[in-house]
Design a protein around this ligand. Structure first.
Ligand SMILES: C[S@@+](CC[C@H](N)C(=O)[O-])C[C@H]1O[C@@H](n2cnc3c(N)ncnc32)[C@H](O)[C@@H]1O
Length: 336
């Protein structure tokens, strides 16, 4: 067999395996199978509780889950493996939303790529469920990587007033006020349903966290009062000139010497030692976003650096997060 054919075969087999994983994880969440098999159970018990379910399809789900080592079968009883337990454990940390995005929306959008490239159809409209729910929820999955960096910065710079633009469900604002008793935060969120969830999540911190359901460009506040403005996973919502306008808006709100923090996945990340080839999914995310009206995809590192320079920021620092899943750019507004 020639080498090209062999490599094609390898890619096709791994595609089938990965597609299988996607459908298993997504269906497992939808049907609560991950929770169901936390304790050892046999298939018959499960079917007795769900008499309307199709036994043949459940059998296939279990067979696939076993082949992919997500459940273990011992003496006729199934139980989650370590990976299966992780799938269950990280459900509410963005994983369920991320897999729902892949299963329901990525495939459907990419299927229209030939027509999109030929411009036979206009760029797609981002689905409401994506805008209202999934994007902000899936973003939570970066918390594990982002939080240690943010906490370190906050400690070092002694921030007291933080503005989180496009705060999503305000997970990081909440962590900041929990960790730093003198810190006050304001979260801006343009999507009303996401803002409502953020307000609910931060209710115990009323008085220290304020959520405003507003577009950042309509936000009115005293100038130069924030020590730090965060733009986490936000920049890709804005196109060329808007990105610069956004940074200028933020500059006006920052104290002289205050910091901007831009968290974003990047296109064109140079390969380095990686356990996972994370540049592949990131570029795919950029590709997916670009299929949609109003989205320009993820920026290149040099685009973010140019943007910061054009907006007048100094002391730019680029921090790659583990596995290069994202990069955090911090920069300072000059003192005078
Ligand atoms: C991908 S989420 C990121 C949420 C959070 N920052 C995080 O990193 O987990 C981006 C959020 O920004 C919000 N957003 C987009 N454009 C905005 C704008 N012009 N003003 C305020 N919020 C905006 C979106 O509704 C979305 O919830």
């Amino acid at each position: 067999m020639d080498i090209g054919m062999l490599s094609l075969l390898g890619k096709t087999i791994s595609l089938m395996e990965n597609l299988g994983f996607l459908w298993l994880v997504h269906t497992g969440y939808e049907l609560n199978l991950w929770e169901g098999f936390l304790k050892e159970r046999n298939k018959e018990d499960f079917l007795a509780e769900n008499p309307d379910w199709d036994p043949l399809l459940l059998d296939h789900w279990l067979e696939q889950a076993r082949i992919q080592e997500l459940v273990v079968l011992t003496k006729g009883k199934y139980k989650l493996s370590k990976t299966g337990k992780a799938i269950h454990g990280y459900r509410n940390y963005g994983l369920e939303a991320m897999y729902k995005e892949f299963a329901l929306y990525w495939g459907a959008s990419f299927a229209q790529l030939p027509e999109l490239i030929r411009r036979q159809i206009p760029r797609l409209k981002m689905d409401n469920e994506m805008e209202n729910e999934l994007i902000s929820r899936a973003s939570k999955s970066s918390e594990f990587f982002v939080w240690p960096v943010l906490r370190g910065k906050c400690e070092k710079e002694d921030w007291h007033h933080v503005l989180d633009v496009g705060c999503g469900e305000a997970v990081l604002l909440r962590r900041l006020v929990e960790e730093f008793p003198n810190l006050h935060g304001v979260g801006l969120e343009v999507n009303q349903s996401v803002a409502n969830r953020a307000a609910m999540e931060t209710e115990p911190f009323q008085g220290r966290i304020r959520i405003e359901a507003t577009n950042v460009f309509d936000f009115k506040d005293a100038l130069e009062i924030y020590d730090c403005c965060l733009l986490n996973n936000l920049i890709y919502y804005f196109t060329g000139q808007q990105r610069l306008d956004l940074l200028k808006t933020v500059t006006d709100l920052l104290k002289p010497g205050g910091k901007i923090g831009i968290l974003t996945a990047l296109r064109g990340v140079s390969p380095a030692f990686q356990i996972f080839k994370t540049h592949i999914p990131q570029n795919l995310m950029s590709f997916f976003l670009s299929c949609h009206d109003g989205f320009e995809g993820l920026p290149l590192e040099k685009e973010v650096l140019n943007l910061l320079e054009q907006a007048g920021f100094t002391e730019v620092e680029v921090i790659p997060l583990p596995f290069k899943v994202s990069h955090y750019f911090f920069a300072r507004k000059p003192l005078a």
